[in-house]
Structures are given as C-alpha cells and as structure tokens.
Write a protein that binds this ligand. Structure first.
Ligand code: PRP
Ligand code: ZN
Length: 286
C-alpha cells in the first residue's frame, strides 16, 4: 500500500494563507471538498487536515497527523514530543510582556506581586521562574489584550507582530520573552515511507523559497567588458556567457538578489551593458 503524509495546518488565522501557499508552491493540488476538514492531494501522496492552531501540536504528537505547520510558540508552550523539521521563515512574531502605556516601568521587578493575563501560561511561567519573579498568572484563551483595561490584570503576555493590537489597547511592550515563526513539525516515529514523502515536500518548498527574492538577469555586452560584468554578477556559480551573432559581443546570464537590483543595474549600464532583461525565477534547484 502506498503511504500518504498527513499534514495538519491552521483552518484560519495568521498561518493559514502562508501554509496553503507553501503547499501550492510545492506543486501540490488539493481536491476541493465539500467538508473542508480534510483534503486529499491529486498529484502527491499527501492529505491536508484543517485544524485550530491550538490543536495542531497535539495532533502531531499523537500521530493523528504526521506533520504540521504551527507557530514555534505552540511548540514551546505545549512541550509535547514533536520534532521541528524546518523553520519556515514566515509569521514572525514576538512573545512579549506589555503593560498599560501610562504606567512607569522600572524593569522586570515590576511584575512582582502583579497579575499577568496570557494564553501562554507555560512560557510565561518559565520566564518568571528564570528571573525569580513572583507574579500571578491568569490564564485566558483569547482577547488577552483587553484584560488590563477591564481591571482583570496588571499586564499581559501575548503575541506581538505589528504591535497594532497593543497600540489600540493603550499598552506598551516592555519585555520580549521569545521570538517565534512558523515551523514544520513532525511526529517522532514516522515510517520510512512517510519520511521519504516529507523529504520530497521539504526539497520542493526549499527550491521555491530559495528562488524568492531572486531574479534572472540577461544582458548584452562587448567582450572586453565580460570580466567587469562578471564581477558585478557572481550568480550561482559564475555567469553564463554566450556569443552573439554580432562579432565582439556576448550575452551574459546570471542570478541576482532583487534587493541589489537597482544598485547593480546602474553599475552595469556604466560598463556598457545593453538590452538588460530581468525575469522572475520560479524554482531554484542545486
Ligand atoms: C495575536 C495576539 C494579538 C495579535 C497581535 O492574536 O493575541 O491579538 O495577534 O498582532 P499585532 O501585533 O500585529 O496586532 P492572533 O491574531 O494570533 O489571534 P488570537 O488572539 O485570536 O489567537
Ligand atoms: Zn489575539
């Protein structure tokens, strides 16, 4: 029997869209289902389970799903036996302590004897223990940011991304306790077949991620300028140089970082490069 890899991702929320993009970017097409709890893939041995963020780590630890995409904070909070296979680089955020904007902050001692509202009591407790702070942890499952305003707590410990939730609740971030991003986690006991599928999935996503922020550049230049241009365009190994029909000219191809693009273009033009084309790269395989 051919095995399938069951991957659990968030139904909605901060990780959903990027998780779907990752799967689509790997060339995996899902069969649209009426009940959107589980979708099989058409062209890859994979099934996608759509779950609440909160449940994904447990599901993977219990082998109900083989792998999952969650915020690293979920792994740190749940302390379950799962392995991080790959850091995914999206949904970056901080887990921070915040207090009302108008309250003076003398440092971590502030929290002694205070009440802190959070959905991440385990991470918070680890922090308080480490810094020998004696505070009361008030666990709530959502809308943590309103707790100080309604007199439920003196401070909060929560996810901060853009910071706009804090601003609109008149809070200020005073301690960054941890940083987090989306991670691909797996069960500790995957069969060999499933491991192979996972490796293939990771290989495909890495090829796509590697291409992000990179462009393919083509240009024409007089032969005596090839070395100058090659110095400006190191490329993956070295640029490809092809002779043009026109005597004494060549076509040069390479890969550049999108961020370096405008700076390099200027320098290239000064060397005498012509007909510069910059095109997107879909995948990069080494
Ligand atoms: C987190 C956190 C804040 C918000 C912070 O909630 O609890 O509410 O994001 O983001 P910001 O700094 O960009 O404003 P999330 O969206 O994960 O949903 P939840 O609180 O309902 O779980
Ligand atoms: Zn929230």
């Amino acid at each position: 029997m051919r095995e399938t890899l069951k991957i659990a991702i968030q139904t909605r929320g901060r990780l959903n869209e990027e998780s779907m993009n990752l799967i689509a970017g790997a060339g995996i097409k899902l069969i649209p289902g009426r009940r959107k709890l589980i979708s099989a893939a058409k062209n890859f041995p994979m099934e996608v389970l759509f779950l609440r963020d909160d449940d994904i780590t447990q599901t993977v630890a219990d082998a109900v799903a083989d792998v999952g995409i969650v915020g690293e904070n979920e792994v740190l909070e749940k302390k379950l036996d799962v392995v991080i296979s790959k850091r995914l680089g999206f949904s970056k955020c901080r887990l921070s302590l915040a207090i009302p904007k108008t309250v003076e902050y003398p440092g971590p001692v502030f929290f002694n004897g205070k009440k802190i509202a959070t959905s991440y009591p385990v991470m918070l407790k680890d922090y308080l223990t480490k810094y020998k702070i004696n505070a009361e942890i008030h666990r709530i499952s959502g809308s943590v940011e309103i707790a100080p305003g309604i007199g439920l707590a003196d401070a909060i410990f929560d996810i901060v991304s853009s910071g706009s939730t804090l601003v609109s609740n008149r809070l200020k971030e005073v301690e960054v306790v941890a940083k987090s991003e989306a991670v691909l986690i797996r069960n500790t006991n995957l069969s060999r077949g499933k491991k192979k599928i996972l490796d293939e999935f990771i290989f495909r996503t890495e090829s796509v991620q590697r291409a992000e922020g990179k462009k393919y550049i083509l240009l024409n230049a007089p032969n005596e300028k090839i070395q100058d241009i090659a110095n400006l365009l190191p490329g993956m190994k070295s640029p490809t140089v092809l002779p043009l029909a026109q005597e004494g000219w060549s076509s040069i191809h390479s890969v550049i970082e999108e961020n370096d693009f405008w700076e390099v273009i200027d320098k290239l033009k000064k060397t005498g490069a012509e007909g510069i084309l910059v095109v997107p790269i879909e995948k990069m395989i080494f």
